[in-house]
Design a protein around this ligand. Structure first.
Ligand SMILES: Cc1cc2nc3c(=O)[nH]c(=O)nc-3n(C[C@H](O)[C@H](O)[C@H](O)COP(=O)(O)O)c2cc1C
Length: 361
């Protein structure tokens, strides 16, 4: 019933289902369950230090011998704009005062803008030591030196595109597969060569365009939350489906209780793209913070420095959803709080059911 695809064959997967990397949330526990169930788990490696990455890779291998992926961001190192920082501190001071008077355990210190460096040579060397089955990149085309080094080591290279133009650039850059990210997707847009407006394509429009434009295998991602979506992606020519939000409420996902709770509420259907959390467009559940600061969307600090400011607020009010960064895609309606393996098996059954129904009709 399950079609063999370029990625099931190349990566020895039982199913062409990828658990999306989700920075800070998809750690060894989740990744090993998905990989162990026959899919491809992706470790959220982009915000880890080299030591953390090494420990997490060991933890995955202690749990499963199956293939898994690492994931990195290709953004420019940000420049700190002190004048903007001062203006943001002014805007956020009323919230901090409010939280102080509410007795929140709150760190009023000046924000520390030390953020992890973008993917560099030291990290590449660590990846070559770990030798995962696959590495995926977000926010750009990996350099030819990086692509060659990974491919020489037998590592499959994937990267995100939000527009046909980006898919073609990735193909020219030598990657093995393109991840077509529809604008329904939770988390950051991978956009790197078009404007956010040009990248505002839903997956049903974007996927066939990219499938037709490139010779590489294409992975579909964005808004896929059950087996019907996986089957539809395969029918539209994808070699696999990558699901993020669907795994956010899995038991093994490392998210805060307030985030988990909110994802299971009806308000999780209300998401929008915003730069207010990190400085780059990301889809998140709408909160009071997003509503009240909307007019400052184009005033954010460069990615990921804005996050330092928003994290200070989140930490000051850890149980208040209105001040949390809750990334989520447009299709939270199917979310279930299940162990990841059960969730994965459910996705497999649902997909089989849909494919069988299509074959019979
Ligand atoms: C909470 C969250 C964190 C994410 N973090 C990353 C990340 O670290 N790297 C990455 O390439 N994509 C990241 N994404 C985007 C996913 O790769 C994928 O494009 C998205 O989850 C697909 O849409 P869906 O959430 O509707 O399934 C994240 C998505 C979510 C929901």
């Amino acid at each position: 019933m399950w079609p063999k695809t370029a990625i099931t064959e190349r990566l020895s997967l039982e199913y062409p289902i990828i658990q999306a990397p989700m920075a800070a949330f998809s750690l060894a526990e989740l990744v090993s369950e998905v990989s162990g169930a026959g899919g491809l788990g992706s470790l959220a490696s982009a915000t880890m230090s080299i030591a953390q990455l090494s420990d997490q890779a060991k933890a995955i291998r202690a749990r499963t011998g199956r293939p898994f992926a690492l994931n990195f961001f290709l953004h420019e190192a940000p420049k700190l704009d002190e004048a903007r920082v001062a203006r943001w501190q002014g805007r956020l001071s009323a919230y901090h005062r409010q939280l102080d008077s509410a007795g929140a355990a709150h760190d009023p210190a000046t924000p520390q803008f030390a953020v992890p460096p973008p993917f560099d040579q030291a990290m590449l060397e660590q990846v070559l030591l770990i030798k995962p089955a696959a590495v995926s990149f977000h926010f750009g085309v990996p350099s030819s030196a990086v692509v060659s080094a990974l491919k020489r080591a037998g590592i499959y290279v994937l990267a995100s595109a939000t527009h046909v133009k980006e898919a073609l650039l990735l193909e020219q850059g030598g990657v093995d597969a393109v991840i077509a990210q529809g604008s329904e997707a939770g988390g950051h847009r991978g956009t790197f060569a078009v404007t956010p407006e040009q990248a505002a394509l839903g997956l049903f429009a974007l996927l066939p365009q990219i499938v037709d434009a490139v010779k590489l295998p294409v992975i579909a991602t964005g808004g896929i939350a059950d087996g019907r979506g996986i089957a539809a992606a395969l029918q539209l020519g994808a070699s696999g489906a990558q699901l993020g939000t669907a795994f956010l409420t899995a038991a093994e996902t490392a998210i805060a209780p307030v985030y988990r709770r909110t994802l299971l509420e009806p308000r999780a259907a209300n998401t929008r793209l915003t730069k207010l959390f990190t400085g780059r467009p990301a889809r998140a559940i709408v909160t009071r913070y997003l509503d009240e600061l909307r007019e400052w969307e184009d005033e954010t600090l460069e990615y990921p420095l804005q996050r330092v400011l928003t994290q200070q607020l989140s930490r000051a009010a850890p149980d208040d959803p209105e001040f949390q960064i809750m990334l989520a895609g447009q299709n939270a309606s199917q979310l279930r709080e299940l162990p990841a393996r059960e969730l994965f098996e459910l996705l497999v059954r649902q997909t089989e059911h849909t494919l069988a129904r299509c074959a019979a009709s």
